[in-house]
Ligand binder design. Structure first.
Ligand SMILES: [Zn+2]
Length: 229
């Protein structure tokens, strides 16, 4: 199973797994991250396998830096173009896949009123307000899909991270932070009431996902992809 698919009104979202690709070792097997130590040709092949499954031919992505820049796409990217820094993407183009790569951070998709957005949400992005920033570009609250990410069960953080979320209700138990609950609260506070949450922990589910923390950084990347249909 290469992806977990979510239909939202007006679009589709796919959260890829690590299964049914061609990479080996710590990147076994559907690694989508070229900036890992995996063999580049295998990553390219994995991306093609996934895109074929999803029926997508055009995909936009960025170089992710744990910030809140959201790039707007009104044309598909040129093949082989340099990636600009962006942790989020938005478009009104049908059939253009918006891709973020993750291995514990949450991929969050938004679709509504002829617009799609895909966001890479680690604690820095969530604390920095990337979700609110993306929601500002929608005329009315869209539907949301929250993909697999590290769960509260496995995400111990330090004081400086906990302090970023001290104003939220029930998002931490001791040092264990619930990024998914932070994302849900941010969405709800902005009026998003249709939230599909796959509720899977990347660290617990070694059979399904890469996890940066579990694998001590030597691991692959899965993806979150959203597009308008
Ligand atoms: Zn877990």
């Amino acid at each position: 199973m290469r992806s977990i698919d979510v239909d939202l009104p007006g679009g589709r979202v796919a959260f890829s797994t690590r299964q049914d690709g061609v990479s080996e070792g710590p990147f076994e097997s559907l690694n989508l991250g070229i900036l890992t130590d995996d063999v580049r040709d295998r990553v390219v092949r994995n991306r093609m396998l996934l895109m074929d499954d999803l029926g997508l031919s055009r995909v936009a992505m960025g170089r992710q830096v744990h910030k809140t820049a959201i790039r707007e796409w009104d044309t598909a990217p040129e093949p082989g173009a340099m990636l600009g820094e962006a942790d989020g993407h938005g478009t009104t183009m049908r059939g253009l896949g918006l891709l973020v790569l993750v291995a514990d951070c949450l991929p969050v998709a938004l679709i509504g009123s002829g617009r799609a957005a895909m966001l890479h949400c680690g604690w820095r992005g969530l604390a920095g307000g990337i979700i609110d920033k993306a929601l500002d570009s929608f005329d009315e609250p869209p539907a949301a899909a929250i993909g697999p990410g590290i769960g509260q069960c496995c995400y111990e953080v330090g004081d400086e991270v906990l302090a970023q979320f001290s104003s939220y209700d029930d998002v931490a138990s001791g040092r264990m932070l619930d990024l998914r609950a932070v994302a849900r609260q941010q969405l709800a506070a902005a009026g998003v009431d249709a939230i599909e949450d796959v509720d899977l922990c990347t660290s617990c589910r070694a059979d399904l996902f890469f996890s940066h923390r579990r694998d001590n950084g030597v691991t692959g990347r899965q993806g979150g992809i959203a597009w308008l249909t």
